[in-house]
Design a protein around this ligand. Structure first.
Ligand code: TMP
Length: 214
């Protein structure tokens, strides 16, 4: 297969972290900043981002009464991702857009790998089928104390399939994210979201400014 990255003029920035770390707020802040610099920005999310992907998201997150084997969960994440890449991400990057994506494949390593215990090598095989040679230009992992994150999640109302998981599960997810970030410091930036929202947003802007010429 031809190297798809060669045809992509835009930038692909992904946001990761356990639930309750403030991704949605920070993505919005970065979107405003990039807009203010005159850039074409697209915000999207996983699982989801397309009509088919949003339906898969419902099965994965909301239909908690439908049992899902860990491997089914992993394959559904990648099925939604394949559609998302083909329909939204690649076309936007070809057009030169800055795509801000709320979670991507690192979430599969963290949740289905770290959380559910599927091996990295199994995930890698599926990754190599779904997006061979393609990786985010920058991945921002947001972290905060697990207690802070859990408090933020419990204030949101009905819990989805993952939000019902144990503290142990989230500790494994968190550890998996830090392991991924440690292996590839060029692609990843780990940012603590305990400080005030504006302070965190400013650190993210600095990271983006230092890694790309805007
Ligand atoms: P959220 O991003 O709105 O918090 O919800 C998405 C949930 O899906 C979150 O709990 C993480 C989970 N997830 C995975 O388990 N694997 C994946 O590959 C992705 C993209 C998300």
């Amino acid at each position: 297969m031809a190297d798809i990255s060669q045809t992509l003029r835009g930038k692909f920035i992904t946001f990761e972290g356990t639930e309750g770390t403030g991704k949605t707020t920070q993505i919005q802040c970065l979107e405003e900043y990039l807009h203010s610099r005159g850039l074409n920005v697209l915000v999207t999310r996983e699982p989801g981002g397309t009509r088919a992907g949003e339906q898969v998201r419902t099965v994965l997150l909301e239909q908690t009464e439908v049992p899902l084997d860990a491997r089914t969960e992993l394959l559904l994440m990648f099925a939604a991702r394949a559609q998302h890449l083909a329909e939204i991400i690649y076309p936007a990057l070809r057009d030169g857009a800055w795509v801000l994506c709320d979670r991507f494949t690192d979430a599969s390593y963290a949740y289905q790998g770290g959380g559910r215990g599927i091996s990295d090598s199994d995930i890698k095989e599926i990754e190599s089928v779904v997006h061979p040679g393609f990786q985010p230009d920058l991945t921002i992992v947001l972290t905060c104390a697990l207690e802070t994150a859990m408090q933020r999640v419990s204030s949101r109302g009905k819990k989805d399939r993952f939000e019902r998981e144990s503290q142990d599960f989230f500790e494994r997810v968190h550890a998996a994210y830090l392991k991924l970030a440690g292996r590839d410091p060029k692609r990843f930036a780990v940012i603590n979201t305990e400080p005030e929202i504006e302070e965190v947003a400013s650190r993210i802007r600095q990271t983006v400014d230092s890694r790309f010429s805007l």
